[in-house]
Design a protein around this ligand. Structure first.
Ligand SMILES: [Zn+2]
Length: 285
C-alpha cells in the first residue's frame, strides 16, 4: 500500500507525512473538485492535481472506481474534507483491510462537512494547503506563499462583488433540500427555515413534507434551494403547493448543470448569480 501525506480538515489529524524526491510537480489527489481547485490555486505549476468525486455527485454517496486506486497510488498528497463526508467510500480505497461503517441515519454525525461553501473557509483551506505543500517541498515554500497571497487577494476582491450582489437579500427566508448550505447562508445573511430532508441523508417523508409546506406558507418562503443530485419530485410538489420556486445551485466546483463552474471562484459566481436571479424572478425585493 502506497503511503502518502494526508491533509484533512475535519476532526482527524493529518497523518503519514512522507519525504518525496525532488521532481517537477507534486501529485495531489483531492476527494472533491473544490479541494482540487484550491490546491491548484496555491500549488500552481508545482502540483499536478486530480479529484476523485465529481461536483455533480453527492459527496456522501460516491461509487468508488478502479481509477481512484490508480490515482491514489501515484499521489504524494491526499486532501480530504473529513467530518465523515467520505466515510462511505474512501476508507476502503486507502485501507482495504479496515472495516468502516456509516452510522445509521444522520450523515452529519461530526458536524456539517460542507464547510467549503463560504469564501472565508476557502481562505482557511488554501492556507492549510499552503502549509502542507511547504512542509512536503520546503524548497518551494516561497512559491506557495506567493501563490497563496495572490489567491487571498483575488478572493478578497471577489468577496466584495458577491457581498454587494447578495446585500439586498439579507434575512431572506429560504428552504434547502440537504443541509449543504449553512456556511453559504451565514456568509450572506440568508435565513434557512426548513429542509426537504427530515434529517441529513434521510429522504423526505409525507408527514415532514406536509409540515414543511405549512411552515413555508406561514413564513412566505419563495425559494427552495436544491442540489443537482437529488430527485426534484418532492421539492417541485412543495413548490406547486406553496408557490415557491425551486432553484438548483452548484454545491461544488463542477456541480452545475449546463455551466462549467470550473474553479472555486466560478462556483460562487454561479451560485450568487443564480440565486439573485431567482430572488428577482420570485419578487423578493
Ligand atoms: Zn451533507
Amino acid at each position: 500500500m502506497k503511503k502518502f501525506s494526508t491533509l484533512l480538515f475535519g476532526t482527524i489529524a493529518a497523518a503519514l507525512l512522507t519525504a518525496v524526491p525532488a521532481r517537477a510537480a507534486l501529485k495531489v489527489v483531492a476527494t472533491t473538485q473544490d479541494l482540487e481547485s484550491l490546491a491548484k490555486e496555491v500549488g500552481g505549476d508545482k502540483v499536478e492535481t486530480e479529484s476523485l468525486a465529481k461536483g455533480y455527485q453527492d459527496p456522501h454517496q460516491v461509487e468508488p472506481k478502479p481509477s481512484f486506486i490508480l490515482k491514489l497510488n501515484k499521489a504524494d498528497l491526499l486532501i480530504v474534507v473529513g467530518r465523515e463526508l467520505e466515510i462511505g467510500w474512501l476508507p476502503a480505497l486507502i485501507n482495504p483491510t479496515g472495516q468502516i461503517t456509516r452510522a445509521m441515519g444522520d450523515v452529519h454525525p461530526q458536524g456539517n462537512p460542507h464547510y467549503w461553501l463560504s469564501p472565508e473557509n476557502g481562505r482557511r483551506i488554501g492556507k492549510a494547503i499552503q502549509e502542507k505543500l511547504s512542509a512536503i517541498s520546503p524548497a518551494d515554500a516561497p512559491y506557495f506563499a506567493q501563490r497563496y497571497a495572490a489567491f487571498d487577494k483575488r478572493l478578497a476582491d471577489a468577496e466584495k462583488r458577491w457581498n454587494a450582489a447578495m446585500a439586498p437579500y439579507k434575512g431572506t427566508k429560504v428552504v434547502t433540500y440537504h443541509r449543504s448550505w449553512p456556511n453559504f447562508v451565514e456568509a450572506y445573511g440568508l435565513n434557512v427555515v426548513g429542509y426537504v430532508e427530515p434529517k441529513p441523508g434521510i429522504p423526505p417523508s409525507p408527514s415532514h413534507t406536509f409540515e414543511l409546506s405549512q411552515q413555508m406558507k406561514k413564513d412566505n418562503v419563495k425559494i427552495i434551494i436544491i442540489e443537482p443530485y437529488f430527485d426534484s419530485k418532492t421539492p417541485n410538489a412543495i413548490g406547486r403547493d406553496t408557490g415557491a420556486q425551486v432553484v438548483t445551485l452548484a454545491p461544488s466546483v463542477g456541480g452545475a448543470k449546463g455551466a462549467p463552474v470550473a474553479d472555486y471562484f466560478q462556483l460562487f459566481d454561479y451560485d450568487v448569480n443564480t440565486l439573485v436571479a431567482a430572488f428577482k424572478a420570485a419578487g423578493v425585493k
